[in-house]
Design a protein around this ligand. Sequence first.
Ligand SMILES: [Zn+2]
Length: 221
Amino acid sequence: MFPRFLRLFGLKLLLLSIALAATASSELDWLQSIERRHLPLKNSKARDPGVEVDTILIHFCSDVVAHPDNPYDFKRIFNGFIIGRVSAHYLIDRSGKIFEMVELDRAAWHAGKGKVPGKPERENRLNEFSVGIELMGMGNLNEMLRFMPEDRFSKVKPDDIGYTKFQYESLRKLISALRQKYPAIKLDNQHIYGHDQYAPGRKNDPGVLFEWSEIGVTKNW
Ligand SMILES: [Zn+2]
C-alpha cells in the first residue's frame, strides 16, 4: 500500500490533470463557438500541406481615413477586406467581441511581404505559418499621418485611438485557445508579433499604443 500522503498526492495530480484536460477541451470548444462572419473564399487560400502553424500576427484596422468621427463600423471594415482582397482569421471589435472571418485551416492574406530574423523560410510567406488577428484600433497621430492629414485625424475621438481593455481581455483568451490548438505557438515575441515587426517601414500596426505586456509578451525585436 502507498502511504496515505502519496495516495492523496496522486489523487491531486489526477484531479489536476483532469482539470487541465477539461480546460484544454473547453478552450477548443470556445474557439468553435466564436461568431462566424466569413469573408468570401477568394479572400484566402488552403494552407500549404505540411506547414505547422506556430505564429500569431497582430494588426490594427479601421475606417478612419473615410470616417474619422466613426471609424469602427463593422460592415464598412468587413467590406474593406472584401474590396481589398485581404483577410485575417479574427477581428476583435472595440467591445471585445470576436468574429471569425477565415477558418483556421486556411491561410488568410494579412502578412504580405516581410521577413523574420533567423527564419528565411518565412520571407514573404508568413501567411502559411500564421493566424492573423485584427483589432479594431489605430495608432497615434504620428503613425496615422501616413494615411491622413492632421486636420482629419483631429476629428477622431480620443477614446477611438489605441485599444480597449475589452480587446486585451478577448485577445488574451483567444491567444490561450489558439495555443491549445497549435502548441507550437509559444507565448513570446518569436511566435506572437506585430505586422510592424514583420514589415517595418511598410506597415506600422499595431504600433506604439499596443501594450504587449497586456498579453504577457515582451517585445524584443
Ligand atoms: Zn496589418
